[in-house]
Design a protein around this ligand. Structure first.
Ligand code: SAH
Length: 233
């Protein structure tokens, strides 16, 4: 069973959005587990201090290596990858999400303040993972993003009507446009091809749409796709 262990100073934020809809139902059904563990339980002083001022000066506070190490070491080493949510990390991709979802789960450390003592990252071989090129106030929301993306790929979580095989990124392209009833919305009809019943034509139209969207919106993805498929410009 896929297991997420989250180390945080705000365990009350969990399950939060992971407790509703697809992820929440799967959690309730026992298809995956979530443990949000309080880093503060591993402090030793009466103020339960998890942070201190940065060596060398500068603004903000840094999370202490000794406290974090105790929190990490209290999670049995069972081969699950140990991740640190971090804006300096390798950007999360659907490919990495798929690989994580196929594994046993993850142990996820959530930073706060200015981040964590660099020595902790090295000493516990943490893999830094970013969810995008912007800065959040803490790693919790980032951990939820990662967990949500993984959990929906666990077998049995999505019905086949919501299958993840056809969607954005799965084939290196963004997804084609979707429509549903009513057939006319504010004088905008559903494209004829989608209601004509010719399955091959629908497929061809969707592929062309996906390619156009990707070329226009994500030249980076488009180049990779071109290189892989040999598509001319
Ligand atoms: N001073 C740091 C930012 C700290 S933000 C820097 O400039 O790199 C506080 C915490 O929020 C981080 O330790 C990390 O756990 C989390 N965080 C912020 N932005 C993130 C992002 N884009 N992806 C993943 N985690 C992020």
């Amino acid at each position: 069973m896929w297991r997420a262990t989250v180390l945080t100073i705000f365990p009350g934020m969990f399950p939060g959005p992971l407790g509703v809809s697809l992820a929440g139902k799967a959690l309730g059904a026992g298809l995956w587990t979530l443990d949000a563990l309080d880093i503060r339980a591993h402090t030793t002083d009466k103020h339960r201090t998890v942070d201190d001022t940065p060596a060398g000066g500068g603004p903000g506070m840094v999370m202490k290596a000794d406290v974090l190490a105790r929190a990490i070491d209290a999670v049995p080493a069972d081969g699950r990858p140990r991740l640190l949510m971090s804006p300096r990390g390798v950007p999360l991709t659907q490919e990495r999400v798929t690989a994580l979802a196929r594994g046993e789960g993850a142990v996820i450390l959530c930073g706060r303040f200015e981040g964590v003592d660099e020595r902790l990252i090295a000493a516990r071989s943490l893999e830094e993972v970013s969810i995008g090129d912007y800065v959040l106030s803490g790693g919790e929301v980032a951990a939820m993003v990662l967990i949500d993306a993984c959990v929906r790929l666990i077998p049995g979580v999505m019905g086949k009507e919501q299958s993840g095989t056809d969607e954005s990124y799965s084939g290196g392209l963004l997804e084609y446009p979707q429509y549903t009833r009513p057939s006319m919305f504010e004088e905008r009809p559903i494209p004829d091809v989608l209601t004509g019943g010719d399955h091959a034509k629908v497929e061809a139209w969707r592929r062309a749409q996906a390619e156009n969207l990707t070329r226009e919106r994500r030249p980076d993805l488009w180049r990779t796709y071109q290189n892989r498929t040999g598509k001319p410009k």
